[in-house]
Design a protein. Structure first.
Length: 332
């Protein structure tokens, strides 16, 4: 797997031709128990305009990739970024926009977490629930309605191969990603699930690329995004779902003080799972992740609840402080 250092080095090696390097940001906020990504309108007359992620080319006045990214985000959305980490370098074909002359660009993607959901700034920028684009990833209310149709089409796609070896490979991938054919669902395999849907031609982005886009029902497979931005978003979700298990990055999304209920709702929103209340609170206590404050909620909508805050000392006390998620019983 490519490390952040290797990715940075790969991108830096192209700086002799900076117009070939693009920067794209997945900016995440969690508000009212919902995970949201900041989107902008991407495209022009040739392709039409559609939802995309804040992005722009690396230009000579940007001394580093990250500073270039921050500059583009502030210009496009009026958002000032705090926590930022590099995700991956994307260099696939068909990444060009309307006005880049068919340039095959290298795009360096970043994940940014903001503490609160602020106004998007520009009229074309908007916060969107990320399950609007990947609806099959949200298991908080039980098995997603869209999965039944998706799985039926994927099984038909696997069975449609005339090569027994290829058919078996497809079935193995269905087990690893969607938990079919005797497999189990792993909430971190977001990118693998998206790429399998792409290869099977079940999403609009596959049209004209490596897939065939035979059945692109937006109510089932979600709203498409410009270029390969939905793939970038899937990469970010999978990274964040894995990281909250061993690093306390979720607190980058929380206000200075919060309730344990608010914290649980945020973790559930990011992971797409429903967590057992008492088990979650026991885990938080065992890990020493929070400490109580003197404040309580107003109680306007129920009983007052104690406000807590993140214990930064835990970063020195434990090598991997995070949430070892144990979802409530998941329907099969």
């Amino acid at each position: 797997m490519t490390t952040a250092q290797e990715t940075e080095g790969e991108a830096q090696s192209t700086l002799s031709n900076p117009s070939a390097v693009g920067l794209v940001a997945v900016i995440v906020a969690a508000t009212d128990g919902e995970p949201r990504a900041l989107t902008v309108q991407v495209g022009g007359q040739a392709r039409g305009r559609s939802d995309g992620l804040p992005a722009g080319p690396l230009v000579p006045e940007h001394p580093t990739l990250e500073r270039g990214l921050r500059a583009w985000v502030e210009r496009q959305t009026h958002q000032r970024l705090g926590y930022v980490e590099q995700l991956y370098t994307f260099g696939d074909r068909d990444r060009q926009g309307d006005d880049d002359g068919g340039l095959h660009s290298l795009s360096v993607a970043y994940l940014a977490l903001v503490r609160e959901l602020r106004p998007a700034g520009l009229a074309e920028a908007a916060w969107r629930n990320w399950y609007h684009y990947l609806p099959w990833e949200d298991w908080r209310a039980g098995r997603p309605d869209s999965l039944g149709e998706i799985e039926a089409k994927l099984l038909a796609w696997a069975e449609g191969s005339g090569d027994p070896k290829q058919r078996r490979r497809r079935e193995d991938r269905l087990g690893l990603t969607f938990g079919l054919c005797g497999g189990a669902w792993n909430e971190e395999r977001v990118l693998e699930r998206y790429e399998l849907l792409f290869e099977a031609g079940l999403i609009p982005e596959a049209q004209g690329q490596s897939g065939e886009a035979r059945d692109a029902d937006l109510t089932v497979t979600g709203q498409p995004m410009a270029l390969d931005h939905r793939r970038v978003l899937a990469t970010a979700i999978g990274r964040l779902r894995g990281k909250i298990k061993y690093r306390p990055v979720v607190f980058e999304l929380m206000p200075p003080t919060f309730t344990l209920f608010q914290l649980q709702r945020t973790v559930e929103a990011l992971s797409g799972t429903n967590l057992h209340k008492q088990n979650f609170r026991r885990l938080v206590a065992q890990q020493g992740l929070v400490e109580e404050t003197d404040g309580v909620t107003s109680g306007a909508t129920g009983r007052p609840a104690r406000l807590v805050r993140f214990r930064r000392e835990v970063l020195l006390e434990r090598p991997a402080p995070g949430f070892r998620l144990r979802p409530a019983r998941r329907p099969t």
